[in-house]
Design a protein around this ligand. Structure first.
Ligand code: GLY
Ligand code: MN
Ligand code: MN
Length: 445
């Protein structure tokens, strides 16, 4: 299984990052890349820290998500350096001594206070590209985030190395474990909070470690796109369950959504099945050279085909698209790039030297406009929802006749449907990272 073993893939990953960093530095006219891991942030007028979120530019190099006040230093032609903060501290658990597959590739300097980094950072500060947030400032080391350097690195980060894909596969395995536990809790009649806890327990990650806040939505709550309330009481009767939840593997995210109907709600179950079939076709369309914006438009047409079949709309999918009816039922983008960040960077980048590819007019929430290329990982997450606020807009715009309102009344109590997988783009067939993991888990149950 070396193909999927991050330890054996890491050296090549580091070589790729080094090449990219060398190019990025050349673009910006710098000699050194300096990346702070980030600092703890404190709540206002309080000594409580927020959950620590590592600088993504740091975790791109190192599978370290919990070492604040550390630094990466890369100089072309030299071994990369890690300044590793391991304080003497009896109040908190300090990071373990450096270990793991990355250690042999770096010169590692242990520091006991953040200030000790000052003596170890490169001599000529003006020659450094320092990538980080303002709070990472240390003495005169203020992150300067040069645009040519960031543009280059962020653009290329869309192309995942085999090491990254291996970790993203791990994040799928963890996420699917959680999804199965969550479905079982739903089938047992659990409330949203209890389902969330079952998810966390199965994944082995809590809210501070998961890549984003779990969306656990029963019944009408599924119509709130980012519903993160976690109700403490299960509604009666239970009709539907939408869960959008991922997991982290050494800083790499999964982002998975499934929707279920409660027993006896056969028509809604059939609509879920239809969306699921449509989603699988969209996933299969992911391949190098395909325009993701077109995939988004095609998704509108396909989803409106489902709503037409279920008697919810009375016009053709094309008319629904042109009149804004489809945007009322599918009011978000088809997906996004994913990796170190759930919504990964540079989704609109026209090139590695800047520029922007705009969204198609009328689609303000699409997060990725770049053409698909080999080694990108994207989500495919079509959805249909019954959201009165948006459907009222359709009425106001004079297109109320396009909708069968009795059918909206029928489906409104279910909230909505979203199905979301991660798909690796190749030169050939799409590689769905999510589905085989669900299938294997079901086969082993
Ligand atoms: N979970 C957020 C998203 O699907 O983009
Ligand atoms: Mn999601
Ligand atoms: Mn997503």
């Amino acid at each position: 299984m070396t193909q999927h073993d991050p330890a054996t893939l890491y050296a090549a990953h580091l070589a790729t990052l080094s090449q990219r960093a060398e190019q990025a530095l050349a673009r910006g006219g710098f000699d050194h890349l300096v990346v702070p891991s980030g600092r703890l942030h404190y709540q206002v007028f309080d000594d409580r820290d927020y959950p620590y979120a590592v600088n993504p530019q740091f975790k791109a190099w190192l599978p370290l998500t919990r070492v604040p006040d550390s630094w990466l230093v890369f100089t072309p032609g030299k071994r990369p350096q890690v300044i590793f903060h391991q304080p003497f501290d009896y109040w908190h658990v300090v990071p373990d001594a450096p270990s793991g597959w990355w250690v042999e590739h770096f010169d590692i300097h242990i520091i006991r206070t953040p200030q000790e980094a000052l003596a170890l950072l490169p001599g000529n500060r003006a020659r450094c590209a320092v990538l980080g947030e303002p709070q990472s400032t240390l003495g005169d080391w203020v992150p300067n985030n040069p645009a040519p350097v960031l543009d280059y690195l962020d653009y290329h980060r869309a192309f995942k190395t085999p090491y990254e894909i291996a970790l993203m596969r791990q994040a799928q395995v963890l996420g699917v474990r959680g999804h199965r536990a969550a479905e079982a809790a739903f089938r047992n009649g659990a409330d949203e909070f209890t389902i969330h806890m079952a998810y966390c327990q199965a994944v082995g990650q809590d809210a501070t470690e998961l890549p984003y806040g779990n969306i656990v939505a029963l019944n009408e709550h599924a119509a709130v796109l980012h519903y993160t309330e976690l109700g403490r009481r299960a509604p009666q009767p239970l009709r539907s369950f939408l869960i959008d939840a991922g997991a982290s593997a050494h800083g790499y995210a999964s982002d998975i959504t499934r929707t279920y109907a409660a027993a006896g709600h056969d028509e809604f179950a059939a609509m879920i099945e239809a969306v699921d079939q449509a989603q699988q076709k969209m996933c299969a369309a992911v391949r190098a050279g395909f325009d993701y914006r077109q995939l988004h438009i095609d998704a509108h047409l396909s989803l409106m085909g489902v709503l037409k079949d279920f008697g919810v709309i009375k016009v053709s999918p094309q008319t629904a698209l042109e009149t804004g009816v489809s945007a009322a039922f599918f009011p978000h983008g088809i997906g996004h790039s994913i990796g170190l960040q759930v919504h990964d960077v540079a989704g609109f980048a026209a090139s590695d030297a800047g520029g922007r590819i705009e969204r198609p007019a009328g689609h303000p929430y699409l997060r990725l406009t770049r053409p698909l290329e080999r080694d990108m990982v994207v989500t495919i997450e079509p959805g249909v929802y019954f959201i009165d606020m948006l459907l009222d807009e359709v009425k106001k715009a004079g297109h109320g006749d396009a909708i069968a309102w009795d059918r909206v009344d029928f489906f409104r109590p279910y909230g909505g449907i979203r199905i979301e997988d991660e798909v690796l783009c190749t030169d050939g067939e799409a590689d769905n990272l999510t589905r085989p993991v669900f299938a294997a888990a079901a086969a082993n149950a």
